[in-house]
Design a protein around this ligand. Structure first.
Ligand code: FAQ
Length: 331
């Protein structure tokens, strides 16, 4: 099974008629575009779904720092290095806003983080692929952040206030990330034939995981119908995947690179690009923890947690001392 099927108690999407008067009034507020805030009543299943999605999103930001930080020490110029460091720091910040948003739902950050460290919680499939060359840093910024923006801009309008507000700043920063990635690709494509070949190779390897990261096809997406009824998701996985493909193909052409999929063709009748078959077997393998870098990513996050133990202990000891001093002063 590729989904945790978080026990929400739901059997299909409830209609207004199936709901208690309290839930119905709440759903009608959501239908009318009113935001849900932490102290408001909300159905337990809505809360659990938000904890699942927001914590997975936070974990993705934290794990997502790893493939890129791999290149900080090897960036080709001082300027590229400074930009990459800033980007990786931004991802840590995104994780922090998202963990704070999860905490507004009554769960502790330590508890959800423990689920990442134990391998119980998911994080985005995309971060289980290796960054083999400098061009991969261009491709990650351009394609992965590009996909993330397409997914996250609608979340700025989602029904849960703290999640929606966190996404506003995240999306602004992701736009900068996407441009820095594209800028690396432009430099490589205008460079030597070897540099252009490196850019092509990175595109070929990152294209498919970047379109798969939008999640399973709509007919296999177990959570979408309910999440869309609750306006946690405003678009289906396939809608967002198509939007990303449509906006990215002209960018590939601008770079003068070959299309990474022979079936990518403009379909006049649909007004969209058609695309080839995604390798869902590979995707679900990665989601189940069997991707090229899953073990390495979890090991890195566990090592960082263990290495930071002394710092957490020092902070607690300092806070205890402060409390004791304050008590003494008050006495
Ligand atoms: N990877 O029923 P659905 C970034 C799971 S941030 C792993 O369609 P849902 C920034 C899914 O959890 C990237 N698992 O699920 C950055 C579920 O299993 P569960 C992260 C996946 O939730 C850039 C099962 O499959 N962004 O890139 C994936 O309705 C560069 C069934 O799927 C977010 O998290 C996947 N790709 O839709 C950072 C955005 N797709 O939980 C550093 C917020 C699906 O029942 C460097 N999240 N699964 O056990 C979402 O929009 C949604 O959660 C989806 C999945 C669209 C990801």
């Amino acid at each position: 099974m590729y989904t945790q099927l978080v026990e929400t108690g739901m059997k299909g999407v409830k209609t207004l008629e199936d709901m208690s008067p309290q839930e119905r009034a709440w759903q009608e507020k959501i239908n009318g575009g009113v935001k849900v805030e932490p102290k408001d009543w909300m159905p337990d299943a809505y809360r659990k779904t938000l904890v699942r999605q927001i914590s997975q999103h936070a974990h993705s930001e934290y794990v997502g720092m790893l493939p890129e930080s791999n290149w900080i020490g090897r960036a080709p110029t001082l300027k590229r290095k400074a930009i990459l460091m800033a980007k990786v720091q931004d991802e840590a910040g995104h994780g922090l806003y998202l963990y704070s948003a999860v905490e507004t739902l009554g769960v502790s950050r330590d508890a959800v983080y423990a689920d990442l460290l134990s391998g119980k919680a998911k994080y985005s499939s995309i971060f289980n692929y290796p960054t083999l060359t400098w061009a991969d840093i261009g491709a990650v910024g351009w394609l992965v952040d590009g996909s993330a923006i397409v997914n996250q801009v609608p979340i700025c309008r989602c029904s849960y206030g703290p999640y929606a507000r966190a996404m506003v700043r995240v999306c602004k920063e992701e736009s900068f990330h996407q441009r820095q990635g594209f800028d690396i690709m432009v430099a490589l494509c205008k460079g030597t034939p070897e540099q252009k070949a490196m850019a092509q190779d990175a595109l070929n390897r990152w294209w498919w995981p970047s379109i798969a990261m939008h999640g399973p096809a709509d007919e296999a997406s177990v959570n979408s119908a309910q999440s869309m009824a609750w306006k946690i998701k405003l678009n289906s996985n396939d809608e967002l995947r198509q939007k990303f493909i449509d906006q990215t193909v002209p960018q590939i052409e601008f770079l003068g690179l070959e299309l990474p999929d022979k079936d990518l063709k403009w379909n006049e009748a649909r007004g969209h690009y058609d695309y080839g078959q995604i390798d869902w077997v590979d995707f679900f393998n990665v989601v189940r923890g069997k991707g090229p870098c899953n073990e390495e990513r979890l090991a890195a996050r566990n090592k960082a947690w263990d290495d930071g133990a002394w710092f957490r202990e020092a902070l607690t000891a300092h806070a205890d001392k402060q409390d004791a001093a304050n008590l003494q002063q008050a006495a």
